[in-house]
Design a protein around this ligand. Structure first.
Ligand SMILES: [Zn+2]
Length: 161
């Protein structure tokens, strides 16, 4: 397996394979410094593009570096990420041909800055956020608009005599 970084139509540069990869192959580690979510927020306050990956424990974030962190997002991915004993790896979820770009579904969460997707897939959902996170944001937005309605109703009450 030979991985190369070169320009990608999805976003700036991507990671490509020069050789075919069989389904199920462990391709590359999502490596990087391990920090707390608080430290991640502090480091990247106001930065829209980061390489952060949140581990299942909810207490550790990988500040990604190297090849594993450079894979682009796609809504129709050929790789997926999996945590094994605290380490995060990218696996092929189908046979991948030589020359293909390696992509996985970021399923972003924990932010409300726009993260539009340009993967170009017919299955594209238009954002790199996860469906679950988008649903949560919609619920919150609905709650907020209901609160605003309540305030408006109060304003219409007649002035006390
Ligand atoms: Zn997409």
């Amino acid at each position: 397996m030979a991985l190369v970084v070169r320009p990608s139509p999805i976003h700036s540069v991507g990671v490509y394979t020069n050789t075919p990869i069989r389904k199920g192959t462990r391709i590359v580690e999502y490596a990087g410094e391990r920090i707390t979510p608080e430290e991640a927020d502090r480091r990247y306050d106001g930065v829209s593009r980061t390489y952060l990956y949140g581990l299942e424990d909810g207490k550790t974030v990988i500040d990604g570096e190297g090849l594993g962190a450079y894979l682009n997002h796609s809504c129709d991915p050929n790789c997926e990420v999996d945590e094994v004993k605290g380490r995060v790896w990218l696996y092929a979820i189908r046979n991948i041909a030589a020359g293909e770009e390696l992509v996985w579904d970021y399923n972003l969460y924990d932010d409300d800055d726009p993260a539009p997707c340009h993967c170009g897939s017919p299955k594209c959902r238009g954002t790199m956020y996860s469906r679950e996170w988008m649903a949560k944001m919609r619920r919150q937005a609905r709650k907020k608009s209901q609160q605003r309605k309540t305030v408006k109703k109060r304003k219409r009450q007649p002035a006390p005599v």
